[in-house]
Design a protein around this ligand. Structure first.
Ligand code: ATP
Length: 232
């Protein structure tokens, strides 16, 4: 479904991503793990059209998307749930969800909102409250719900468990598994390598801007190099 080949991305003179390649098959959860500053967020931002690659290509079902603006990437079916959630904290749950659907022209938005409330009952119960009043985990749920409202083919999560309690981490990971069981395809960046690789069908290690290791999640979990660097 998604193919990233030889990606390089720079901020001025700093080449944050040097040589990143990976593929995401339809229906899978694929996880990119790596240390702080390895280039994971930069990779996701480039897939979503917020940054332009210096080299390499990004193909969605064989079609190059790396020159498209972000709204066109979203329209092509890729939603981005950014690091730090980026909600509109003065707006209500419902308003935040509606913003996630702003590019859609069909009228099935109410049904999708009901689907989000089914997945996260707390959002439905408090749908008129300001997003800023919610806990970190609840805000992450809302960020996931907002991304779902775009009806994406591929949904990307940047550090969805950052700053959350162990119970909430488990709940967010379970939700991501539910999304897969409902047919979604997921590309995820995580510092929490154990939680991410436990869930992932396929994992990639990014080290200093390069993909250095890859394999099924359980295989990477058992790899001594992954253990030493990211699970120790
Ligand atoms: P983190 O988990 O900390 O977000 P990461 O693997 O996602 O790490 P990136 O955020 O992609 O890493 O950052 C990769 C490198 O690019 C880092 O050295 C970072 O300092 C640098 N960088 C990130 N954003 C910018 C920016 N806007 N301008 C300049 N350098 C940046």
């Amino acid at each position: 479904m998604l193919e990233v080949n030889g990606l390089a991305v720079a901020y001025g003179a700093i080449e944050a991503v040097k040589e990143v390649s990976f593929t995401v098959a339809e229906g899978q959860i694929v996880c990119l793990i790596g240390a702080n500053g390895a280039g994971k967020s930069t990779t996701l931002k480039t897939v979503s059209g917020l940054l332009r690659p210096r080299r390499g290509e990004i193909l969605l079902w064989g079609r190059p998307i790396h020159r498209l603006p972000a709204h066109a990437v979203l329209a092509a079916g890729i939603a981005h749930c950014p690091e730090g959630r980026r909600l509109f904290t003065d707006m209500s749950v419902e308003e935040n969800l509606l913003l996630g659907a702003h590019l859609r022209k069909d009228r099935d938005i109410a049904a999708d909102m009901a689907r989000v409330y089914e997945l996260f009952p707390v959002l439905g119960q408090r749908r008129t409250q300001r997003a800023g009043l919610f806990s970190g985990g609840e805000q992450q749920m809302l960020a996931i719900g907002r991304a779902m409202m775009a009806r994406p083919k591929l949904i990307m999560f940047d550090e969805p468990t950052m700053g959350l309690s162990p119970i909430m981490i488990q709940q967010i990971m379970q939700t991501i598994a539910v999304l897969r069981s409902q047919g979604a395809t997921v590309l995820m960046v995580e510092q929490n390598a154990l939680a991410a690789l436990t869930l992932a069908d396929q994992g990639y290690v990014i080290d200093l801007g390069r993909t250095t290791l890859s394999g099924p999640g359980d295989q990477l979990l058992a790899d001594p190099r992954v253990h030493e660097a990211y699970l120790g």
